[in-house]
Design a protein. Sequence first.
Length: 165
Amino acid sequence: MIIKSTYTNKSGQLVKQSYYDEGDLDGVLNDMDFEGTHAFCFCDRKLVLVNHPKVGWIPPGGHREEGENYLQTTEREVGEETNMKVLHQEIIGYSVFETPTKISKQTRSLCIVEPYGEFVADPDGEIMEIKLIDPLEYKKYFDWGEVGDRIMQRAMELLNNHLNK
């Protein structure tokens, strides 16, 4: 499935977004230069969200570091921002964002996680709070429109498939 949308970012730039979640995602992603990721993490069937000072409540994620693939980026970012270990990860899809000056690509993954211990703070100092919520209530915290609805639908499908194995 491909979903196309347009919105204005906080800098006032027009952003064209194309979201993809069908086809050979692993093949595409192995060759794709992506900048970051967001992980739709579940701990005991609760959705894990982080409170980012610039954007509010969102799924954990961040930028790729040199030499990382999208799986490694997701695991590192989830660990840093939530103090949780990724037990299982599956790609949901990816988004391509186009502004007048830049094109960036980000993955979206399902993660099953468990805490290492109590969350204190993100080592980068950005995330100061995490929350585990009923996934059906995600729009109370963030709303990514049609793309977000599709990602949550696929995340719940993949979660249920994994738990029913």
